[in-house]
Write a protein that binds this ligand. Structure first.
Ligand SMILES: Nc1ncnc2c1ncn2[C@@H]1O[C@H](COP(=O)(O)OP(=O)(O)OP(=O)(O)O)[C@@H](O)[C@H]1O
Length: 385
């Protein structure tokens, strides 16, 4: 069959320019910057063949990449057809990519711990388990992402990891050399030990292994440029809280409690670890603060009242710095359902009592400027505790 020549044949530059608009779905950077464009061949009839390198063989997002490339190139004037041929990077190419993602640094370092980091890191802590710490974390993350911020979540609740399910992010992360690409859901990048354990098997790890896992989550995961990173800590004052303080001295603490006095006392103990670790406490969130009566809408104080205020006052006394109550979140069945269904209530029902309360707290956190002013310089000697 004779090849038809047309008057206007697209140039390689025009095709490359179109490819520069295609982001890798996991790394969120143009494929042209990532060395993923293997070849471009243009026939006189305007048909374009593009060779694309995948970072790993069996890449789960191969179809997404193919369709993004096809769509982008098809829009170039003069293009009559697009075919995409996939190949896989060599070990050498992967090493180069991993190094370039790390900004050319061979050493793994935690980007958020660098004195110049502009990412705000919040550790969400609680005294007792089951007070809604993970639910609050994922909802704040989704609400902050909905405000347009770049948000990441580390599920550091290594024993009771529930964040991926609550965010509907249950995919397995792709690995490029020793870099891990975090799955993202509702615009929130998320990483959890649950993504690396087969099935629902329990994780029985000792302190040093937990420290290592956390370090990997912070240094080996490709987070990109984040405005906010939230860490869901295990309940209580454990090894992980100390590890976080050592790894990211700039991290600030958000304490979640219920209104119950007994829960408040434990939450206050968990929060006061900040005194030893020299971290700042951003504030206290009171979860399960009453429930609107389904018949008359009057608030029923299921877990009593005053826990959030008690913790905030206690922590203000112990730390010597003003610790505010950032807000109260009522008991709301939609919040529990959202967690079970993997769609945070702040998105599925933003005007519900819990959704609205969480959005209000997220706005307070979102208003805090990205930047270095008022932040610790990370100079606390890590062997002090
Ligand atoms: N305000 C709320 N209204 C209704 N249900 C809630 C609320 N907050 C949390 N829940 C539900 O309470 C249960 C416990 O919440 P969650 O798992 O977030 O607690 P946690 O403090 O992270 O627990 P742990 O630290 O033990 O993992 C979940 O089923 C969650 O959906």
């Amino acid at each position: 069959m004779a090849t038809e020549t047309q008057d206007f044949t697209p140039t390689e530059d025009a095709v490359r320019e179109a490819l520069a608009t295609v982001d890798d779905p996991e790394i969120h950077r143009p494929i042209t910057d990532l060395g993923m464009v293997k070849s471009i061949a243009i026939s006189p009839d305007g048909a374009v063949d593009v060779g694309v390198y995948l970072t790993v063989s069996g890449c789960p997002l191969r179809d997404t990449i193919t369709s993004r490339v096809t769509e982008a190139v098809r829009r170039v004037p003069g293009v009559t057809g697009v075919s995409v041929e996939l190949d896989v990077m060599s070990d050498e190419q992967r090493r180069e990519l991993a190094a370039s993602l790390r900004g050319g640094k061979a050493e793994r370092e935690i980007p958020f711990a660098q004195p110049g980091s502009l990412t705000r890191v919040y550790c969400v802590a609680s005294g007792k388990g089951g007070v809604g710490k993970s639910s609050v974390t994922v909802n704040l993350a989704a609400a902050l992402a909905a405000q347009g911020l770049k948000v990441g979540v580390v599920d550091a609740d290594i024993y009771g990891h529930s964040v991926p399910r609550m965010l509907g992010a249950d995919g397995r992360p792709t690995q490029v050399e020793d870099m891990i690409m975090p799955p993202s859901s509702f615009g929130v990048k998320v990483i959890s030990i649950g993504m690396f354990t087969p099935g629902n098997s329990p994780v029985v790890w000792r302190g040093p292994m937990l420290h290592r896992a956390l370090q990997q989550f912070l240094a080996d995961v490709y987070w990109g440029d984040l405005d906010v990173l939230l860490l869901d800590l295990p309940p209580g004052t454990g090894d992980i809280a100390i590890s976080v303080a050592q790894l990211i001295p700039n991290a600030e603490i958000l304490v979640v409690t219920t209104p119950q006095q007994a829960a408040a006392e434990v939450a206050e103990r968990a929060g006061s670890i900040a005194v030893q670790t020299h971290q700042k406490i951003v504030g206290v969130i009171e979860n399960m603060s009453g429930m609107p009566c389904p018949h008359c809408d009057e608030m029923v104080d299921v877990f009593g009242t005053g826990g959030g205020k008690q913790v905030a006052e206690g922590l203000t006394r112990t730390t010597g710095a003003e610790v505010p109550v950032l807000g109260g979140i009522p008991i709301d069945i939609r919040m529990r359902e959202g967690g079970d269904e993997g769609k945070p209530v702040v998105l599925s029902d933003p005007d519900s009592p819990a959704g609205a309360a969480l959005h209000k707290i997220a706005s307070k956190l979102g208003e805090r400027q990205r930047g270095l002013s008022g932040m610790s310089l990370g100079l606390t000697p890590s062997n002090k505790f």
